[in-house]
Design a binder for this molecule. Structure first.
Ligand code: CP
Ligand code: NVA
Length: 308
C-alpha cells in the first residue's frame, strides 16, 4: 500500500522533528544552489499554483523553486480559470490533481484549502489563507536559525494585527517550543480557536507594544490591513497608529535581536524605515529563504525524507 498523501495546510501538519529535518535539508539544498550545482530530484514533476490573491514572493519562490528542482510550474488565477466562475472547489481539486504532482493554493478561507486537499490525489500546500501563512513561517524560522541559532526557548515579539502570519507564529511556537509576546490594539486580539492553538502556554498578550518587545530575540510585524480586509483600511490606520516597530522599540528588545517582516511592508505604518532598512533587519535574507525552504518542503512532500 502506498503512503498517505501529506499536505501542508498549517504548521501543525509537520512534527517538530520533521521541521528540523526540513531545516537541515534547506541548508543542504541552499548550499548546493549557491555552488551552481544542478539538483533535479523533481524532474518531470509538475506544480500547479492557484492564486486567488496577489503575490510576488510566493509565486516567484514556488515557480523558480520548482524549475530549479527540475520540474515545471503552472500558474492559475481566479480571473482566467473556471475557479472564478463558481466551479466547486471539490471538482477543481479532482481535475487539477489528476494532471499534476503537487498543488499550491493562495486563497481566502482556510476551509477552501482543506476542501481542496480532501479531494486531491496529490499534496496540497497552503500559500496563504485568511487564517495562516505556513510557508512564510518556515522561512522565518529557518532564517532565525541561520542568523542566530536554535529558536527553542527564545522569545518572538509580534507587534500589530493578529492576522494569518501571527496565527502561524503562534502555532509554530507550540510545535517548536518558543515563546511569542503579542501586542495588538484593543479589538484585534488573538483568537486562539482561529489560530488552532492547543493552549500550551507559549504566548502572552501585552497591551503595550513596548512591553511585548522587551528582551525579545526576534521582533516582527506585518501590514495593518491584510488582503481581503481592504474595506477596514481607514479604521485600521487609526487603530494601529501606536503599533509601529520603531528604533525605540528595537532598543527595548535583546541586544542582538533581529527584525523580520514577511513583506510587502509599509514604511511609516507598521514599521519605521530606520528599522526595516537598519542593521537588525534580516528581511531580504528572510524573503530569499522562502525559495530554499519551499524547495525542501516540495521535496519532502513528494519524496519523503531524503538523506543527503
Ligand atoms: N510574503 C509573501 O507571501 O509575499 P507575497 O504576497 O508577495 O507572496
Ligand atoms: N498578512 C498579509 C500577508 C501578505 C504576505 C496578508 O494576508 O495580506
Amino acid at each position: 500500500m502506498s503512503a498517505p498523501i501529506r499536505h501542508f495546510l498549517q504548521v501543525r501538519d509537520l512534527s517538530r522533528e520533521e521541521m528540523h529535518h526540513l531545516f537541515e535539508r534547506t541548508r543542504w539544498i541552499k548550499d548546493k544552489f549557491k555552488r551552481y550545482e544542478r539538483f533535479w530530484p523533481l524532474e518531470d514533476r509538475t506544480l500547479v499554483m492557484i492564486f486567488e490573491k496577489q503575490s510576488t514572493r510566493t509565486r516567484l519562490s514556488f515557480e523558480a523553486g520548482m524549475h530549479q528542482l527540475g520540474g515545471a510550474a503552472i500558474f492559475l488565477n481566479t480571473r482566467d480559470s473556471q475557479l472564478g466562475r463558481g466551479e466547486p472547489v471539490e471538482d477543481a481539486a479532482q481535475v487539477i490533481s489528476r494532471m499534476c504532482d503537487i498543488v499550491m493554493i493562495r486563497t481566502f478561507e482556510q476551509e477552501i484549502v482543506e476542501r481542496f486537499a480532501r479531494n486531491s490525489r496529490v499534496p496540497v500546500i497552503n500559500g496563504l489563507t485568511n487564517e495562516y501563512h505556513p510557508c512564510q513561517i518556515l522561512a522565518d524560522i529557518y532564517t532565525y536559525i541561520e542568523q542566530r541559532g536554535e529558536i527553542r526557548g527564545k522569545t518572538v515579539a509580534w507587534i500589530g494585527d493578529s492576522n494569518n502570519v501571527c496565527n502561524t507564529w503562534l502555532q509554530a511556537a507550540e510545535v517548536l517550543d518558543f515563546n511569542v509576546h503579542v501586542s495588538t490594539p484593543p479589538g484585534y486580539e488573538v483568537e486562539p480557536e482561529r489560530a488552532n492553538l492547543h493552549g500550551t502556554g507559549h504566548y502572552r498578550e501585552f497591551t503595550d507594544p513596548m512591553e511585548a518587545a522587551r528582551g525579545a530575540h526576534l521582533v516582527t510585524t506585518d501590514v495593518w490591513t491584510s488582503m481581503g480586509f481592504e474595506a477596514e483600511n481607514e479604521a485600521r490606520k487609526r487603530d494601529f497608529e501606536d503599533w509601529q516597530v520603531d528604533a525605540d522599540m528595537m532598543r527595548n528588545a535583546a541586544k542582538d535581536a533581529v527584525f523580520m517582516h514577511c513583506l510587502p511592508a509599509h514604511r511609516g505604518e507598521e514599521v519605521a524605515a530606520e528599522v526595516i532598512d537598519g542593521p537588525a533587519s534580516v528581511v531580504w535574507e528572510e524573503a530569499e529563504n522562502r525559495l530554499h525552504t519551499q524547495k525542501a518542503l516540495m521535496e519532502f512532500l513528494l519524496r519523503g525524507r531524503v538523506k543527503p
